[in-house]
Design a protein around this ligand. Structure first.
Ligand SMILES: CSC[C@@H](O)[C@@H](O)C(=O)COP(=O)(O)O
Length: 355
């Protein structure tokens, strides 16, 4: 079994970092299952521990999973484990966010290419690659924030925005400030955020716990609502735009994101409100043809029934749903914006490496 232990978190609260204490390299994660009640870090000394942290959602969110996957391969290499076996375990830890497989593959490719120079050189090369994946995501986040704020101004002119978001897409899922929440933060810094509506995001409350935590830390005006209150909010004319992230965007623009995203897209269309997806090109998977081809992770039923269902109650608990491209007003990446969402425009923006 993998080795994990907990320590109090520091002030800076990075979602993840690499450390090299005398006992050997470790990957330190902010344990997102314990936020906001406790800021505690989880120290992973081996790949099994990291895989468990990924499955338990201690580390989560598509871009961060890619970063964690790359560092996981680096950890295996640095500690002398079987790198191929570690890579397989990591890539299979969660199936929907394509970033995880992407980060693992990038790290393994670099490891294999460097192996003729020796094990130490290969371990150093793969760590450098993991750091590059991390840094590139930070840069992508900054670019998405800028582009997203511009798109919002075009699609919903007027400023003073009331933005509805779902799940958690901020610094907790990124090497930088995140995806959709990075855009919201840019709007807030520009003095144009009237209100951030935070869907609580059942069953694991990534909105009520994590987005609210980030909104509070950054001083945004925010309000948490139950997922099923969103319709009333639209009816009341209280939403100017919906901004969400993505776990996988198929070649046709179909977008898998946290369960409950698709109903928001339907509501947004009915109420004529822009529905904007913000994600790096590492989330675009041109090898996945369409929404039906996206594997949706099914989570354990107790996550749904724990709140008081009778013992033995069955649960339907998909982690994600898929929004078809025709319901998405725009997809914003670090490379540009597609609106309307078409397969050709996506390929031009994120190909050829996403293929
Ligand atoms: C930039 S994060 C985009 C998505 O990864 C996010 O919205 C999401 O659905 C995360 O789901 P989670 O199950 O918490 O990993």
């Amino acid at each position: 079994m993998g080795d994990q232990f907990s320590i109090p978190a520091t002030d800076a609260i990075p979602a993840l970092r690499w450390e090299e204490p005398p006992e050997g390299p470790v990957l330190v994660l902010l344990d997102q299952t314990r936020l906001p009640a406790e800021e505690v870090e989880l120290v992973c000394t081996d790949v099994q521990a990291l895989v468990r942290a990924i499955r338990d959602l201690a580390v989560r969110g598509a871009p961060l999973l890619g970063i964690a996957g790359a560092y996981g391969v680096a950890l295996a290499a640095a500690r002398g484990y079987d790198v191929d076996e570690a890579a397989d375990l990591l890539a299979a830890a969660r199936p929907t966010a394509v970033n995880l497989a992407y980060g693992v593959r990038r790290a393994v490719d670099v490891y294999r290419a460097a192996l003729p120079e020796g094990l130490d050189a290969a371990a150093a090369a793969v760590l450098a690659e993991a750091r590059a994946v991390h840094a590139e995501d930070a840069a992508a986040s900054a670019s998405m924030a800028r582009r997203g704020a511009e798109v919002l101004a075009e699609l919903a002119p007027g400023g003073g925005y009331r933005i509805l978001t779902h799940c958690n897409t901020g610094a907790l899922v990124s090497g930088g400030e995140g995806t959709a929440l990075a855009v919201v933060l840019a709007v807030h810094r520009a003095g144009e955020l009237r209100r951030l509506w935070v869907d609580e995001t059942r069953p694991l409350l990534q909105g009520a716990r994590l987005t609210a935590y980030e909104a509070a830390r950054t001083g945004m005006p925010y309000t948490v609502l139950t997922d099923n209150a969103a319709g009333s909010l639209f009816t009341a004319g209280e939403v100017d735009a919906v901004l969400i992230g993505a776990d996988r965007i198929a070649a046709d623009g179909s977008t898998a994101n946290k369960i409950g995203s698709y109903p928001l897209a339907v509501l947004a269309r009915y109420h004529n409100v822009p529905f904007i997806v913000v994600a790096p090109c590492t989330t675009v998977d041109l090898a996945t043809r369409d929404g039906a081809a996206i594997e949706v992770e099914q989570r354990p039923g107790h996550e749904v029934t724990d709140l008081g269902s009778p013992l033995g109650a069955q649960a339907y608990n998909p982690a994600f749903d898929v929004t078809p491209p025709e319901l998405i007003t725009a997809i914003v990446t670090e490379r540009g914006v597609v609106s309307p969402v078409t397969a050709d425009a996506l390929r031009v923006m994120c190909g050829p490496w996403a293929e």
